[in-house]
Each structure stands twice: as C-alpha cells, then as structure tokens.
Design a protein around this ligand. Structure first.
Ligand SMILES: [Zn+2]
Length: 82
C-alpha cells in the first residue's frame, strides 16, 4: 500500500505515545486495514523497548533500514544525538 511510507513517521510517534489524537485515530484506521503496518508497529515497539534496554534488535532487511532511518531522524530531533 502506497500510503504506508508516509505512515512510518506517524507510527514512530504513535509508538512513542506522542502522536496527535486525530492522527492517532487516522493511523489506527489504517492499521485495521494494513497488516504490514501492524507488523511494523509491533516490531517497532519491540525495537524501542530493546533499544531502551540497550539491546538493539535486528529486523529483517528493508523494514529495518526504513525503521532505522525514521527512528534516527526522530531521535536526533528529540535528543540531539547522531
Ligand atoms: Zn500500511
């Protein structure tokens, strides 16, 4: 689904609990129809938990690089780190 790419940033916010409530509802509606993004939310939750514990998890190929670049942008913004 072509929409998915633009959902990634929102999925990051969503997992972080920082997504605007209206966007949150929009994303949840999308998640209902989109197995890929549900998997992404699950993987991202796991990854965030593991990262916070200092044990970064490896995700499969393309998903990992997409998530990583989205996360890096976020975390850079948030914590001012590289
Ligand atoms: Zn999707």
């Amino acid at each position: 689904m072509k929409e998915c790419n633009k959902q990634i940033e929102q999925i990051c916010d969503y997992v972080d609990g920082e997504l605007d409530s209206s966007l949150c509802r929009e994303l949840e509606a999308h998640l209902k129809d989109c197995k890929n993004c549900r998997i992404m939310v699950d993987s991202l939750r796991q990854t965030v938990i593991l990262c916070r514990e200092g044990k970064p998890e490896r995700l499969p190929g393309e998903l990992e690089s997409r998530l990583n670049s989205a996360l890096k942008r976020r975390w850079k913004k948030k914590f001012g780190k590289k």
